[in-house]
Ligand binder design. Structure first.
Ligand SMILES: C[S@@+](CC[C@H](N)C(=O)[O-])C[C@H]1O[C@@H](n2cnc3c(N)ncnc32)[C@H](O)[C@@H]1O
Length: 258
């Protein structure tokens, strides 16, 4: 038996990696988190494989499937949304597999925060504006956030924020963010990025609460915040400047001489 934890990507079936799709073609058992993973990815599964939506299963019920796979020496694909390393609750599954001596491997995926940037046509880092990205969330019913990571603390960095799992808490988030970010800072929201039902809203910390109903953005919503999103910022990267040289690119004059 071997288990592959596979990142399905944000939703569109063709955003799973080639490696992930290739493992689905060989898997005997496919466990997928159906609340966020599109069933379209099941098109990659081989005929006769067992596909189980784990959205309604608690951990012990999922472990029961792993036990069955161990008895039958199955190849298991455990499919999580985005990248499995981020809010995937994979560690608790891996702990049990380690205890049972079951081999596992992780296949990374396109996370929803980079998918969100792509859907907006945005870059999340710009020289002298933001060179760090904070991935965070607000406290939820299932998972608490350590006090030292409170949004109001993280906001003090005034860098790019990608906020997961937090749509319903928009009002308190905006209040925390306004403590440090200027009110005209962009806040962009995207729900179900790359799915047919995708919804987007671009706003600022000043006006967003007048424009959206947080309850409508409760599920599958990524929130991006930061000056970096301002579209009118001047280009200050020197990376592609003709005057900037590095080991892979010599000065233009030298290149024509070469
Ligand atoms: C349990 S976390 C899983 C995150 C996932 N591992 C990732 O890398 O994107 C679920 C949260 O991810 C975000 N998310 C996942 N898929 C999304 C999508 N297609 N569009 C917008 N946000 C998404 C939302 O914030 C959602 O509440």
């Amino acid at each position: 038996m071997k288990v592959f934890f596979i990142g399905a990507g944000p939703g569109a079936a063709d955003l799973i990696t080639v490696r992930g799709a290739e493992i689905l073609r060989r898997a005997d058992l496919v466990l997928y988190a159906g609340s966020l993973v599109s069933e379209e990815i099941l098109q990659y599964c081989q005929e006769g494989s067992t596909c189980v939506n784990t959205a309604g299963l608690h951990l012990e019920q999922q472990l029961e499937w792993y036990r069955q796979a161990k008895q039958n020496d199955w190849l298991v694909a455990r499919v999580h949304s985005g990248d499995p390393a981020i809010y995937g609750a994979t560690a608790e599954q891996m702990r049990h597999l380690r205890e049972w001596g079951v081999d596992f491997e992780i296949v990374p995926g396109v996370s929803s925060f980079t998918a969100a940037a792509a859907c907006f046509g945005a870059e999340l880092t710009k020289p002298s504006v933001a060179q760090s990205i904070i991935l965070t969330r607000t406290t939820g019913r299932a998972s608490g956030v350590p006090e030292r990571e409170a949004l109001a603390e993280l906001a003090a960095h005034q860098t790019t924020l990608c906020i997961f799992l937090s749509g319903p808490h928009l009002a308190s988030m905006v209040a925390d963010l306004r403590q440090h970010y200027p009110y005209n800072t962009p806040i962009w929201m995207i729900q179900k990025a790359t799915w047919p039902q995708e919804q987007k809203h671009q706003s600022t910390l000043e006006t967003v609460l007048d424009e959206v109903n947080p309850q409508e953005w409760a599920l599958s919503t990524m929130i991006l915040v930061g000056e970096v999103l301002e579209e009118e910022l001047p280009d200050v990267s020197r990376l592609y400047s003709s005057q900037y040289t590095h080991r892979f690119r010599r000065r233009e004059k030298n290149m024509t001489e070469a």
